[in-house]
Design a protein around this ligand. Sequence first.
Ligand code: PLP
Length: 344
Amino acid sequence: MKTIDLRSDTVTLPTPAMRDAIYNADFGDDVYGEDPSTNRLEKMAAEMVGKEDAMLVPSGTMGNLISLLVHCRRGDEIILGDQAHIFYYEVGGMSALGGIVPHTVTNQRDATMRLEDIEAAIRGDNIHYPRTRLICLENTHNRCGGMPITAEYTDSVRKLADRYGIGIHLDGARIFNAAVALGVPVTDLTRGVDSLSFCLSKGLSAPVGSIICSSSEFIAEARRVRKILGGGMRQTGIIAAAGIVALEEMMKRLADDHENARRLAAGIAGISGLRVELEDVRSNILVFSLENNDLTEDDFMGRLEERGVRFLSRGPRQFRMVTHQGIAAQDIDLTLEILKDVVG
Ligand SMILES: *Cc1c(COP(=O)(O)O)cnc(C)c1O
């Protein structure tokens, strides 16, 4: 039986071109700045998103944590969405390791935070208050169902931040999905932020790695913080070689993932007992709910798993499916057939 793994785009396997690139890569010691493949990847990444410099890190979580640690001192406060990945899924690292205070603002259905809500959260100059140092954005927005946020919105947050002298970090784990979904150059989405991190290991299908991009000064400091966290790695060309293929070759197929997500959503919308908001499916993530009350959540997921279809629960009776390189249009059709069997 075939497994159709829709849990996440992190399950993507390295492509044959990546395996060849890893085999043939040039190596050196990256802690000394001597790994040629890593240096090439970092230069490419910085250029693609329009920043001065970039640095490879083992994961998106570390990319965000390092960025926050460079922006903030202990006791500083950051403003971020109440649905933000950094707030929800990163183990509280900012507080555990950085003494940083999260100040959450409601994420609207379109994944933005209202400008007036952000402004209201910014602290005044008062001896009782922590200092507001940073605003964090997320694009595409994971918990908001892969919603892309526009360049206009990002620029408007920039204007607000500038009025108060605050920085902006973008959790751009899937920033290239956002650019494809909106049909804009990625630099439109990154020009307004001081730092960003993005993942090589999701839709771009590399086995490991994320990248932080920012000014040269910021990245120099980020290299020190990465070392503190034990993230100074050695012959990282093993990772970077696949990352280069990810940036050169995998971008062009993200549109297929979005198309497959829409196909899946349209099918689910036609199955009685399931519900999906079609207009919310904008990239490769799809959130739907089970309205058929004869089935428990566990039964529903268990029966699909028995037929080879895997996905995640987002609780209560809500589920997430993510399309990626390992999912073809036929897999979508098969998933829809099985869903119909189970729910119908
Ligand atoms: C996956 C993800 C991350 C973290 O990536 P890891 O490599 O799993 O640590 C950060 N932000 C968002 C929005 C993500 O989807």
